[in-house]
Design a protein around this ligand. Structure first.
Ligand code: F6P
Length: 541
């Protein structure tokens, strides 16, 4: 692999692949040669620093890393999460064709469909008012309590699908900071509120603590007997849910082969289903399934997740760019960058290969971003003129939902396209100077000012275009990025499906709690930690 990457570096240098501007100037067909689509979903990667030779090299890399074989192993249900000895089958949750998927020789599809059905019945009941609060009132507000994968997916997707939201209001509480739940409880009435406790493990301290606060909120206001009417739970740990006291009929299970950051398709999606209804949730699953079928069957060079993964690897390991910006020109995707942060950085932030050796590549990049056009007025300056090259990933719908505001959508499109064009073209010193002198600036002054107005250009970006952000389109987008993360992980030869780094933080915080409570001495901790504890304890009121 290393040799192939070195070869790719040489190819990129010899063929001047990073001069994207020159490539466009000499090839009028560049867009059609370096873009591909699945129905209305288009990936334009012509503004990436690639050419045919680079793509040949990337394809060879995918073959050498056996990405297709690894993909097939995932879909087959092999134990590819080797450190936790689990299959990785979030694809089964959206396996709309019901192709049998075997785990330990048993088809999981009947269970998957069974939970989907019970979720549907529950969502219908809440939405219609058939399932009421303890005092007989209709549920108007649903508060999802979860964190990480048990929060980010439902939060992001509910916002993304706001035009389809015709169920009760949704609120999300994740942070252990009491401010989060306190501010949320001010917005809801106990009699008309349902709390969903979402936790794969049902042990996560943030979720369990917030759940206890919510339980006290209901019990204090409506009495202990009311709790059953105002709580539901989503978890793989059904025994622990039972101990919390939530009625079995309101507990929705999933399985250890669904990773937290891949769980929006499971019962973790219940709040989304309550918001948009089971039919729309079904369209969302359909979108994910469409990408699965494409990823499973399309040749590498026409395969969107493969291309995205290969381009990501190329930017990181051949060109050496350390981060990537996610820039949706779609206000309702404003939480999509945060969602992708967990998906990508928790999956591919690893340093050890599947053979338990140090990884020979730079693994996952820093993923960050904000929606356009807001980002333009904040951090784009650095993307255009900073000293680091930051590959950008733009997203734009052909159509917004606001028909009467078409003009605003046209402005949105114009901004999105203008940014990627400017990043690619840049502005040379001669162009900058000519612009200034044409406005009457004296030559000497123009010489001084022009360098500040130079844009290096040749800054890579790709653009995803879709017709409109609806449940199907969102499902496709999420699954596209899930598989992109998979492809990059396969190239790195790492396990993308565990998260021991996060587990460490959880352990350490639990160990430090008695010290922060003043019940144990800070001896044994480093002097910084001990000093900070002392200051905070002294100031505690
Ligand atoms: O942040 C670490 C993590 O384990 C994530 O992978 C997971 O999504 C999150 O915690 C929440 O875990 P749980 O759903 O078990 O409460």
């Amino acid at each position: 692999m290393k040799a192939l990457v070195d070869q790719l570096k040489a190819t990129a240098a010899q063929t001047n692949a990073t001069d994207i501007r020159a490539a466009f100037a000499s090839d009028a067909e560049r867009f059609s040669r370096f873009s591909t689509s699945l129905d209305d979903l288009l990936l334009d990667y012509s503004k990436c620093a690639v050419n045919e030779q680079v793509l040949d090299g990337l394809e060879a890399l995918a073959k050498a890393a056996k990405v297709e074989e690894k993909r097939d192993a995932m879909f087959r249900g092999d134990i590819i999460n080797i450190t936790e000895e689990r299959a990785v089958l979030h694809t089964a949750l959206r396996n709309r064709g019901n192709r049998p998927v075997l785990v330990d020789g048993k088809d999981v599809m009947p269970d998957v469909n069974g939970v989907l059905e019970t979720m549907g019945a529950f969502a219908d009941g809440i939405r219609s008012g058939a399932l009421k609060g303890a005092t007989g009132k209709k549920i108007t507000d649903v508060v999802n309590i979860g964190i990480g994968g048990s929060d980010l997916g439902p939060v992001m997707a509910t916002l993304a699908l706001a035009p389809f939201h015709d169920g009760p209001r949704l609120h999300f509480v994740s942070n252990i900071d009491g401010a989060h739940i306190a501010d949320t409880l001010k917005l809801v009435e106990p009699e008309t509120t349902l709390f969903i406790i979402a936790s794969k493990t049902f042990t996560t301290i943030e979720t369990m603590t917030n759940a206890a606060t919510a339980r006290a909120f209901i019990a204090d206001k409506l009495g202990e007997a009311a709790v059953g009417h105002h709580f539901a739970a989503v978890s793989t740990a059904l025994d622990k849910v039972a101990a919390f006291g939530i009625d079995q009929a309101r507990v929705f299970g999933f399985w250890d082969w669904v990773g937290g950051r891949y769980s929006i398709w499971s019962a973790i999606g219940l709040p989304l289903m309550i918001a948009i209804g089971k039919e729309n949730f079904g369209h969302f699953l359909d979108g994910g399934h469409a990408i699965d079928e494409h990823f499973r069957t399309a040749p590498i060079r026409e395969n969107l997740p493969m291309l995205l993964g290969l381009l990501g690897f190329y930017n990181r390991n051949v060109l050496g760019y350390p981060s990537r910006a996610i820039l949706p020109y779609d206000q309702r995707l404003s939480r999509f960058p945060a969602y992708l942060q967990q998906l990508d950085m928790e999956s591919n932030g690893k340093a050890v290969t599947l053979d338990s050796k140090p990884v020979e590549f730079s693994t996952g990049p820093v993923v960050w971003g904000e929606p356009g056009t807001n980002g333009q007025h904040a951090f784009y300056q650095l993307i255009h003129q900073g000293t680091d090259v930051i590959p950008a990933e733009f997203m734009i719908a052909a159509n917004g939902h606001e028909k009467t505001l078409r003009h605003q959508h046209e402005l949105l499109i114009a901004n999105c396209l203008a940014q990627s064009e400017a990043l690619m073209k840049g502005r040379t010193l001669a162009e900058a100077k000519a612009q200034l002198t044409s406005k009457g600036m004296a030559d000497a002054k123009a010489d001084k000012i022009a360098p500040h107005r130079v844009f290096a250009g040749n800054r890579p970006s790709l653009t995803l275009v879709y017709d409109q952000l609806d449940p199907f389109a969102l499902g496709r987008l999420i699954a596209l990025y899930e598989h992109r993360v998979f492809v990059e992980g396969a190239l790195f030869n790492i396990n993308s499906f565990d998260q021991w780094g996060v587990e460490l933080g959880k352990e350490l915080a639990t160990g430090l709690l008695p010290v922060v409570e003043g019940k144990e001495s800070a001896a044994g901790h480093d002097s910084s930690t001990a000093g900070l504890v002392a200051v905070l304890l002294k100031a505690a009121r």
